[in-house]
Design a protein around this ligand. Sequence first.
Ligand SMILES: Cc1ncc(COP(=O)(O)O)c(C=O)c1O
Length: 343
Amino acid sequence: MARMIDLRSDTVTKPSIEMRKAMYEAEVGDDVFQEDPTVNELQEYAADLLGKEAALYVSSGVMGNQLCLNVLTNPGDEIICERDAHIFQYESGSPAKLSGIQMMPVPGEMGVITPEQIEPCIRPASAYYMPRTKVVELENTHNRAGGTIQPIENIIRVEELVKKHNLLFHLDGARIWNASVETGISVKEYASHFDSISCCLSKGLGAPAGSIIAGTKGFIEEAFRVRKSWGGGMRQIGILAAAGLYALKNNISRLAEDHKKAKILAEVIAEIPSLEIDLNTVQTNIIIFKAKTLSIEQAIERFKSHGVLLSEGKPGFIRVITHLDVSFDEIEKTKKVFKEIFS
Ligand SMILES: Cc1ncc(COP(=O)(O)O)c(C=O)c1O
């Protein structure tokens, strides 16, 4: 049977032979004792890449974001984020469950919220009967908005606002690598505006698991304590960290190819009258579009029967994500499937 073309997510990639070799050869130790040389190397390498004092290897993007939020806040605090933010929509209510904090979601434009929208949401410091605003969070690239990039000028303006109100600034940079490759702005430059950053090794970079969080030395020491208390301390985890190191050293610049693949498909979608797409949102490796003549379930089923797997994005939208395990040939095949289904 022909291989399915899996465009549901960039998390479906499988470690390459070279990555597996790096994993096989990894030196390991007990990471709960901070004695795993490969984990230590990954953390130092990532801290340097992100321009932060220290970094911590964690099991997932959700754990990364939630650890950061936990360390930055106290129970009863409030976090301002965009309404479609991953931390608000897709992290199982963890801010409330794990940290006793609540969210103030602000509807954005293509995932972007401006200082003019954020400032009125900041609670007056004297209002003891309100939650205390503590953190502003941005997501770059923004998953639900379709892989859109946060404009650096807006990040800088929000940072100024954050500082003016003595708040803290967190970046969900699960796909910060994609933003950086597309804009040419280094991940260090992006990270420099934030107190904490969480970024994934297991999405476009192709590692089988793991995320990195980064910040000051004190922040990471505290996150290390919290990670242990959440059961996130693992032992000879250098086997996985080796895949992350391999991904950081080899798989960042090639993300440009995934962006090209997304543009190729987006252009075909734009030509089909029964599909609706805003090409302005196609900035990296994610495409969101609407099918006017089919329900989402029907569309996903049709594609599946033609050997292509897609998924549902935000309500009403079908989502396509390109990645390193889908070739340009498969993108050409997918183009044909689009034309076949919707001609
Ligand atoms: C923007 C964003 N943040 C965080 C996550 C969470 O990552 P994980 O699934 O590894 O927990 C995702 C996953 O898709 C994401 O897209």
